[in-house]
Structures are given as C-alpha cells and as structure tokens.
Design a protein around this ligand. Structure first.
Ligand SMILES: Cc1cc2nc3c(=O)[nH]c(=O)nc-3n(C[C@H](O)[C@H](O)[C@H](O)COP(=O)(O)O)c2cc1C
Length: 174
C-alpha cells in the first residue's frame, strides 16, 4: 500500500453518530472482526472477544449506561469488545484497546461508521447486559451502522504541543 491512500484512510476516520436505518449484514461485521484479529497484543496473547448485538432491547439497555451512550440504540448494531483479565492480567486494557481501535479502523475500511462509547463508568452493567463472565472486562462499546453524516475533523493539538525531541521539554518550535 502506498503512503497516500493509507494516510487518507487514517485521516478520514470519524466518530459517526448518525446512522442509516439499514441493517448491516452479519457477514460484513464478521469481516471487520476478522480484520481486527490482526491487532497486536502482548506476547500475541489475543485476549479479546466480541459481542455483536443487533437485538433492539439489548441495545436500548446498552444505550442507557450513561447519557453519551444513546447511539447504541440509534445505530442498528452495537459491538462490545471484551478483554480477558485472566489471559493477560498485565496488558488486558492495552491489548483490548488495540483490538477496539483495529475494529474501528476495519469498520471504516468496509464503509461502515462507528462511535466508541465509554464503558469504564459502567463496566459491570455492560458485562451484565451482554451476559459476559466477571473476568472479561468490557473495554469498549461501539455503535455501528452505515454513516448518515460526514462530520468535519475535530480539532487536534499541534505537534509543537505534543512532541519533544530527544528529551522532555525540548519542544518543536510552533
Ligand atoms: C475511550 C473513548 C471513549 C469515548 N466515549 C464516547 C462516548 O461515550 N460517547 C460519544 O459520543 N463518543 C465517545 N468517544 C468518541 C470521542 O468523543 C471521539 O473519538 C473524539 O471526539 C474525536 O473525534 P473523532 O473520533 O471523530 O476523531 C469516545 C472515544 C474514546 C477513544
């Protein structure tokens, strides 16, 4: 892959919060998860599992975990990314987050839109709603569907604010 399409791909991922009503074929969702399997993980432990939720009632419960999670009910699909705390006790949050990010990129790659919905304040409730066992930590919940909006990119910090050359404090000139 040349640099240009790859850069374009990465720069055009957005949080999508408006979705078409159309159902998303399960095969397409599985294709995204199939790609997400290639996320890196400590010792290649792959301590992740995914729960794909299309059922409206269950999505409505997920949408109520906090006020910013309502998109789980407004999208046709929700996906919970679970990280196995037993399999990777010292890296499950990192491995799980990488799996979630790969999934988000894979969905974008396949023409689907998604938004990551915070699970940390309601981890027990998310686990309960999808029936996951205690040792699986829900690192992320995604609302997924065909995008019905094209949001502008959100502002990003300039390099001069975030890069240090050689040692901390030696910032790039603005
Ligand atoms: C850990 C995490 C939690 C987030 N939680 C929410 C959320 O609960 N609700 C929401 O609408 N967006 C949520 N987002 C999406 C962010 O608001 C979004 O990624 C950020 O504003 C940058 O916009 P962009 O994704 O379009 O680049 C979350 C993103 C991350 C990475």
């Amino acid at each position: 892959m040349s640099g240009k399409p790859c850069k374009e791909f990465l720069l055009t991922r957005r949080s999508i919060r408006k979705f078409k009503k159309d159902d998303v074929p399960t095969e397409l969702l599985l294709e995204a998860i199939d790609i997400a399997r290639f996320a890196p993980s400590a010792r290649n432990g792959q301590p992740w599992e995914y729960v794909v939720v299309k059922d409206r009632e269950r999505r409505e419960k997920l949408a109520q975990i906090h006020r910013w999670a309502r998109y789980a009910a407004e999208a046709p699909v929700a996906i919970v990314v679970l990280a196995d705390t037993k399999l990777a006790p010292d890296s499950y949050v990192i491995d799980g987050s990488l799996a979630a990010m790969y999934l988000w990129l894979a969905l974008h790659c396949l023409g689907l839109g998604a938004v990551w919905l915070h699970t940390v304040p309601a981890a027990d409730r998310v686990r309960e709603i999808v029936g996951a066992p205690e040792h699986l930590y829900p690192v992320a919940l995604f609302a997924v569907g065909y995008p019905d909006e094209k949001p502008e990119p959100k502002p990003r910090k300039p390099l001069s604010e975030i890069v240090h050359l050689e040692s901390y404090g030696n910032r790039l000139k603005a």
